[in-house]
Design a binder for this molecule. Structure first.
Ligand code: NAD
Length: 354
């Protein structure tokens, strides 16, 4: 298969980004933009586009010129839209989160497997140069043993009507964690706390704590109500610590050869040993040069490549299921006042790892 005919479904906030990047991707031929609101789709394409507009998913899926769809509709519609596309024999790229529940996500993964079709998640951040560098560094052992991860994703965000802030924003942090963590570090249990100070009907501010195998811990803070925008992640290791500031294009990543060592001198008595046990390392900080590339361009290229090469994409359906299993445990924890609950269901040994 050379050129792949694509339909983008959903022309709201995010769909236009898929349209723009699909049109710039060699090997993809944008055939349709489909939205229940055809006028909205027309406005996105402008007056001079030859891409067809449709308000009927059925019409789009019946067209043999379409071999693949990219879905940017609300999360609660992902099951029905993606399932219809798979049933029609189309490859699917779906926005995060994969579906509204783990059980729905499982149905999609099974349907894609049964039909031998590609099911890919737009976990956009996994395709940034920063995450590619972090993946090599952290999975390659460059920071030593992972000790903690701390992610902050806050700004004045769109308060979503159908999902809380965890389901809206935390898929980014969770997909990044799963993409960069070594195989022997997986989520075990999760505790979530949230608040709804504006009466939106669900949490607008949330904190997620994840226990990882090996005693490491991860934390995520997501918030729609913060007047300042912060996008930082700190990944601490026994040898180095990386700080990622995504809003600093000249120095997104800083790798610190600084940290805390614990040594136990054998020839000291117990009293003196307690005083000398901790020492601080102060080494260099290195800021790796990263290319500036739009992640969605890489998402589209990977979608095309995985279809033509008949292989699983970097962020396949299983990576979407892994995120859903953590989100479901987080929602249950939120409902139970923040208790730690086990993360069940997903196989964390396969999926997003490259
Ligand atoms: N990857 C990212 O960084 C990122 C960023 C923002 C949103 N998203 C995801 O994109 C998806 C869409 O979010 P949004 O903010 O663009 O939503 P939105 O509400 O702005 O737009 C959704 C559009 O889908 C259309 N639609 C709904 N059901 C449809 C159907 N059955 N057939 C055709 N069109 C239909 C609606 O008319 C609407 O125009 C969500 O899953 C969201 O999580 C991802």
């Amino acid at each position: 298969m050379g050129t792949i005919g694509l339909a983008v479904i959903g022309a709201g906030y995010w769909g236009p980004n898929l349209v723009r990047n699909a049109q710039a991707t060699p090997g993809l031929r944008l055939e349709y933009l489909c939205d229940l609101d055809a006028d909205r789709a027309r406005r996105v394409l402008g007056d001079y586009s030859t891409v067809r507009v449709s308000d009927s998913l059925d019409e789009v899926l019946a067209d043999p010129a379409v071999q693949a769809v990219a879905i940017a509709t609300p999360a609660k519609t992902h099951l029905s839209v993606a399932m219809a596309a798979l049933a029609a024999g189309k490859h699917v790229l779906v926005e995060k989160p994969l579906a509204a529940t783990y059980a729905e996500g499982r149905q999609l993964v099974d349907a894609a497997d049964a039909r031998g079709l590609t099911l890919m998640l737009d976990h956009t951040y996994c395709y940034t140069p920063a995450v590619a560098h972090l993946r090599d560094l952290v999975r390659g052992g460059g920071i030593g043993a992972v000790q903690y991860l701390d992610s902050v994703r806050i700004n004045l965000g769109l308060v979503q009507p159908d999902v809380d802030v965890l389901w809206d924003l935390a898929p980014h942090d969770l997909s990044i964690f799963l993409s960069i963590l070594p195989d022997d570090v997986a989520p075990l249990a999760v505790a979530a706390h949230g608040s709804d100070p504006i009466g939106a009907g669900h949490a607008c501010v949330a904190h997620l704590t994840i226990q990882l195998t090996g005693g490491a811990m991860a934390h995520v803070h997501v918030n729609w109500l913060s007047p300042t925008k912060i996008r930082t992640m700190v990944i601490g290791g026994s040898a180095r610590t990386v700080v990622w500031d995504d809003l600093n294009p000249t120095q997104r990543l800083s790798v610190y050869d600084r940290g805390v060592d614990r040594s136990v001198p054998g020839d000291l008595g117990a009293e003196k040993r307690a005083q000398t046990i901790v020492s601080y390392r102060t080494g260099d900080m290195v800021a790796p040069a990263l290319p500036e590339k739009e992640a969605l361009r890489a998402v589209m290229a990977e979608f095309h490549a995985s279809i033509t090469e008949g292989r699983a994409p970097l962020t396949d359906g299983r990576s979407g299921l892994q995120v859903l299993s953590i989100l479901e445990a987080a929602s249950a924890s939120l409902a139970q006042g923040g208790a730690f609950l086990p993360v069940l269901g997903a196989d964390f040994r396969e999926g997003v790892k490259a």
